[in-house]
Ligand binder design. Structure first.
Ligand SMILES: Cc1ncc(COP(=O)(O)O)c(C=O)c1O
Length: 328
């Protein structure tokens, strides 16, 4: 916990949980209660909405409003007298919108509203949300902190002793502590976090640029690309980009064609839990999990996690995949 705290300059203390979703559940339910209102980004990780939002917070009588991740300072218009928390994730899961975090935290600060961010995509290495005015930063340590897809962990880093005591109290209530083996694996992973993140970035950028130039691809959703709508904000607030991005295929490709492409990949595993050393691919369909800002695109989409393999080998694997996509 001290090691994670040290990764985040300006933070106070960290509490670890058995998973990322456990960290999200604890970080929200600790600071919200019956009658409170919370603003959640429309681009949050699916289970943040479906499990923590629906199963936990709404059942506890907390009112949730989902907001457009591009809202910036206009979030002021959504604030109610009982708004107690703004919960961000930037870039967003599946759709990778970059939020104007300082604009949002400035509004929250003025009104005494707590701000929380899921910083799993950047990890502490590429972004320090405390420097952007965020109060509480969480990560699915399962991803880059551990880095080898062999342990699950969640971290919640807070900025005051009062927040720490409240969170620790909730952890004791839930009996939700991380185990010693996971702590060991995270500590070992953190020793190589910097070199892994740098290589994820180099590899991902090479693959993303190659994909962006392909006729089969309509858009690559990766803020590190200058063509990405979130590029300027990303450059301002982050020092780098991880290995995770979305690929929107041309409209003409069907779902079975996309599946033929993904199923036959050799170096990419098919899987959800990214952040390890190996590359992953998974079909995604953002339209089903948005309420504030409908996702208007019908194109098939694939999310790629670019691991630490030779990027030329990954490109070759994807090129064969495009062969299957075109042939289907
Ligand atoms: C952005 C984000 N936050 C949180 C989580 C949850 O982490 P865990 O799998 O450790 O519960 C994930 C998992 O995919 C994620 O992508």
């Amino acid at each position: 916990e001290e090691t994670v705290t040290a990764l985040y300059e300006g933070s106070h203390k960290t509490v670890t949980f058995p998973s990322g979703i456990g960290a999200i559940a604890a970080a929200t339910i600790t600071f919200l209660q019956h009658g409170d209102h919370v603003l959640f980004s429309d681009s949050v990780y699916g289970p943040t909405r479906k499990r923590v939002g629906k199963n936990l917070l709404e059942r506890a009588g907390v009112e949730i409003t989902y907001y457009d991740p591009l809202i910036g300072g206009d979030i002021a218009d959504l604030i109610q007298p009982n708004t107690k928390m703004i919960y961000m994730e930037s870039p967003g899961s599946h759709t990778f919108e970059v939020q104007d975090v300082p604009a949002i935290t400035a509004v929250a600060r003025d009104r005494g509203i707590l701000t929380v961010i899921d910083n799993t995509w950047s990890s502490a290495y590429f972004c320090n949300p405390f420097a952007l005015g965020v109060d509480i930063v969480l990560e699915a340590g399962t991803k880059y902190l551990c880095g080898h897809s062999d342990a699950m962990l969640g971290t919640v880093t807070v900025s005051t002793e009062e927040q720490f005591q409240a969170l620790k109290g909730m952890q004791n209530t839930l009996g939700s502590r991380s185990g010693p083996d996971e702590a060991f694996l995270a500590l070992r992973g953190i020793r190589t976090l910097s070199v892994r993140m740098e290589r994820h970035q180099i590899n991902a950028l090479k693959v993303a640029e190659w994909l962006d130039a392909r006729p089969e691809v309509e858009r690559v959703l990766y803020p590190a690309l200058p063509s990405d709508p979130g590029h300027e904000l990303w450059k301002r607030d982050h020092t780098g980009a991880c290995g995770l991005f979305g690929v929107m295929l041309d409209k003409k490709f069907s779902k079975p064609a996309m599946c033929a492409m993904v199923d036959g990949l050799d170096l990419f595993g098919i899987g959800a839990s990214w952040g390890g050393f190996e590359s992953l691919a998974i079909p995604i369909a953002p339209a089903g999990s948005r309420t504030a800002t409908p996702w208007p695109h019908e194109n098939q989409m694939v999310r790629l996690h670019i691991g630490l393999e030779d990027p030329d080998d990954l490109i070759e694997d994807l090129e064969d995949g495009f062969g299957r996509l075109n042939a289907a």
